[in-house]
Design a binder for this molecule. Structure first.
Ligand code: MOS
Length: 722
């Protein structure tokens, strides 16, 4: 099987991203950001800005663009700029300058003079812990989650009664999605209809949000995003660039392009909030977990836009008789928080899987054996067992492939390098979102599959083609997949690792309908097979002794094409089973004895994610996630200064791994199709690869050096002799 259909146009630079569109008469907008972290905009002096040549408009809270608040079923409230004078973080969009060229817009934006009424800012998670709020109660009115066996009064009691206990406080850094394509948009109005070219995780969802913000009918908004240069959760909601470009284009009656600078992306979009987590594990001497406590504090922006759910997934990991998790919220004057690949699971697994390693050390037990010993058949507190779980196979296969059996109790030495290995469990819940696709068969025996959605680099475009070819029983070369246009049937979001399961199932439904229609046509009045028993295989309609391709049937009945829509949504399966993808992550690190430089030398992930529809793209998804886990462990962290300004809002200071930081990444699948989850049999893979990897690296660092670092990113300073 070949790789990704969009590969050639991307690597040759022919893929047109949102900001690649240049339209006649197009103006350029530059966003103005706040330079305080908390307070209000008192006055905006635009005199100097308006004197810059080519300036067409200067917008601020006092001269706003016509935009309204946005709330949708999918995302709840999405922040819309220029609604009021409040400033809640440093780098918040507070204005837009539009000019004839990029340079004029940028220069004029620099000339805008803003005065503020400043209030004290809270920017430190550590200092905010004391005033943490309880997480808003869930639908049942409760906050947190616990399971206690009969006769046990509290998790503290269960831990006190446990023969072996480990306890630690772990912390994780603020992260930015750092997608290659900065948030941007080109907006053009024509006779009251808006077209927006802007990278997003779902074209139809962006059209709905823009329509709400602009106060127009969603049918009047056309969102186009065939190529998206990375999203990772950071392009789920509509960007400030898109809201401002659309509103400015309407105000000025000409096309407007707005592109955030790399520095602006770090504050004017959103982040994964920092966390502090306490984990306590109690076990018997044979390694059976008896009690698990996981309390998390997550930094959020002042509007509490998104709370990183760091502890909530812990109930899905291991069998234990007693468990209590809690989640607290620490609102700060920091950039907005939002979804980032494996929201909750990524930082949560760093804490839990580090603690599991500490427990293995305390028990003098193999970390793989400890995971196998506590393998669970269902999430705690749920009667619904996993539809399909082969974590044990992942662990055993991974251990064999990684050479785990020969792992010494402590790391080994190789010249001046201390070499250690570590492992962790990965898991990510399998979900489906509502999605509709249209399958069209044509009289030349080709077919088209279309859905609005997005392929933000996940490989979804290729998956559409694979599943459609399979469902119509024709070669992939005859399928044209179309994606990323809100005029197509609503494909929903490419998020939550749900793309293949959602759209794949919808394709199967659409293909079944279109085949039924072709059969009805072939056997209908006046048709070649009138009144005969007909069936379908190999792209052909079959009778007892004859056959015709679907294209021949269409031609014979005077049609050029036939279409059917199919939909998928989470359904009855949710009442029968729990669904998750699983994996076992292995890492080897080399720490230099004298400089304490940390190099990752080997990575292996073995994953149980149901059927793998496109092995090449799937491997890319998992390897990318694993690299991100390494990045979280050793590189990434947005440093927010006391005044709220990010100190490293650029790709020089915000470290991301480069090729030299990443060894060959070994990705293996144990393929057990999960048709209890959906007809395709595929569970999610997009987020799974990042889960557990940071812990695997930290555990390997401990194995190599004997030093347990309970925060990420781990730096050399953490490994200096103490
Ligand atoms: Mo995501 S965090 O579902 O892109």
């Amino acid at each position: 099987m070949s790789g990704r259909l969009d590969g050639p146009v991307k690597v040759t630079g022919r893929a047109g991203y949102g900001a690649d569109h240049n339209l006649p008469g197009m103006a350029h907008g530059h966003v103005v950001l706040s330079t305080i972290a908390h307070g209000e905009v008192r006055h905006v002096d635009t005199t100097a800005a308006r004197r810059v040549p080519g300036v067409l408009g200067v917008y601020s809270p006092f001269n706003p663009l016509a935009l309204r608040p946005v709330s949708t079923p999918m995302f709840g409230d999405t922040w819309v700029p220029l609604q009021d004078e409040e400033v809640a973080y440093y780098g918040q969009p507070i204005g837009l300058v539009v000019a004839d060229t990029v340079e004029h817009a940028r220069d004029a934006a620099m000339a805008v003079e803003v005065s503020y009424g400043e209030r004290p800012a809270r920017t430190s998670l550590a200092e905010g812990l004391a005033d943490a709020e309880d997480e808003p109660p869930g639908p049942d009115g409760s906050s947190g989650f616990s399971v206690l066996e009969p006769g046990v009064g509290s998790i503290a009691e269960a831990l006190a009664a446990s023969p072996v206990v480990v306890e630690g406080t772990y912390s994780t850094a603020t992260q930015n999605h750092a997608a290659m394509e900065p948030h941007s948009a080109v907006a053009v109005w024509d006779a009251g209809e808006l077209t927006v070219y802007s990278g997003t995780q779902g074209a139809d969802l962006q059209a709905v949000e823009l329509a709400a913000a602009l106060g127009v009918d969603p049918a009047c908004v056309h969102a186009v995003n065939p190529f998206v240069g990375g999203a990772f959760g950071g392009k789920g909601r509509t960007s400030v660039a898109a809201f401002l470009a659309a509103a400015a284009a309407r105000a000025l009656d000409r096309p407007v392009k707005v592109v955030l600078s790399r520095e602006q992306v770090f504050t004017a979009t959103a982040t994964r909030g920092a966390t502090v987590q306490e984990v306590a594990l109690g076990a018997t001497e044979d390694g059976t977990l008896v009690a698990v406590r996981h309390d998390a504090w997550s930094a959020t922006s002042a509007d509490r836009a998104f709370v990183e759910p760091a502890s909530s997934n812990t109930k899905e990991y291991y069998a234990t008789r007693n468990l209590a998790v809690s989640q607290k919220v620490v609102p700060l004057n920091v950039p907005p928080t939002t979804f980032m690949r494996a929201p909750g699971e990524a930082p949560g697994s760093f804490a839990l899987e580090s603690a599991m390693d500490e427990l293995a050390v305390a028990l003098d037990m193999d970390p793989v054996e400890l995971r196998l010993k506590n393998d669970s058949a269902a999430p705690l507190g749920s009667d619904l067992s996993w539809s399909s779980k082969h974590l044990d196979e992942c662990c055993r296969l991974g251990a064999a492939r990684f050479g785990w059996a020969s792992r010494p109790p402590r790391g080994r030495e190789d010249g001046d390098w201390l070499v250690g290995t570590g492992m962790a469990t990965a898991m990510f819940p399998a979900m489906r979102f509502p999605a509709t696709v249209r399958v069209t068969v044509r009289d030349d025996d080709t077919a088209e599959v279309a859905t609005s959605g997005a392929d933000p680099g996940t490989g979804l475009l290729t998956v559409l083609s694979v599943v459609t070819a399979e469902s119509l029983d024709v070669p992939r070369s005859r399928i044209t997949p179309l994606l990323g246009d809100s005029s197509f049937p609503p494909g929903g979001t490419s998020g939550a690792s749900a793309g293949t399961a959602s759209t794949g199932t919808a394709i199967m439904a659409a293909a079944t309908r279109v085949i039924d229609d072709v059969l009805a046509l072939a056997a209908g009045p006046g048709a070649p097979f009138e009144g005969l028993e007909v069936s379908y295989a190999d792209g052909r309609v079959l009778t007892a002794d004859r056959s015709m391709t679907f294209g021949e049937v269409l031609r014979a009945t005077g049609r050029t094409e036939l279409s059917a829509d199919g939909s998928s949504a989470p359904g009855e399966e949710l009442t029968k089973h729990s669904f998750s993808s699983f994996g076992a992550q292995f890492a080897e690190v080399r720490v230099h004895r004298w400089t304490r430089e940390i190099r990752v030398s080997r990575l292996l992930g073995v994953f149980d994610a149901g059927r793998i529809v496109n092995p090449v793209a799937a491997r890319g998804q998992l390897a990318g996630g694993m690299v991100w886990g390494v990045s979280a462990a050793l590189h990434e962290g947005l440093d927010i200064e006391g005044n709220g300004r990010p100190a490293n809002a650029n790709l020089a200071g915000y470290l991301l791994p480069v090729n030299a930081d990443v060894p060959a990444v070994d990705v293996v699948f144990v393929e057990h199709p999960d048709t209890l989850h959906n007809a395709v049999g595929a569970r999610g893979i997009g987020e799974l690869g990042v889960v557990g990897m940071a812990a695997a690296v930290a555990n390997a660092v401990h194995h190599a050096t004997g030093i347990r670092v309970r925060h990420i990113p781990i730096t050399l300073a953490d490994l200096l002799d103490r």
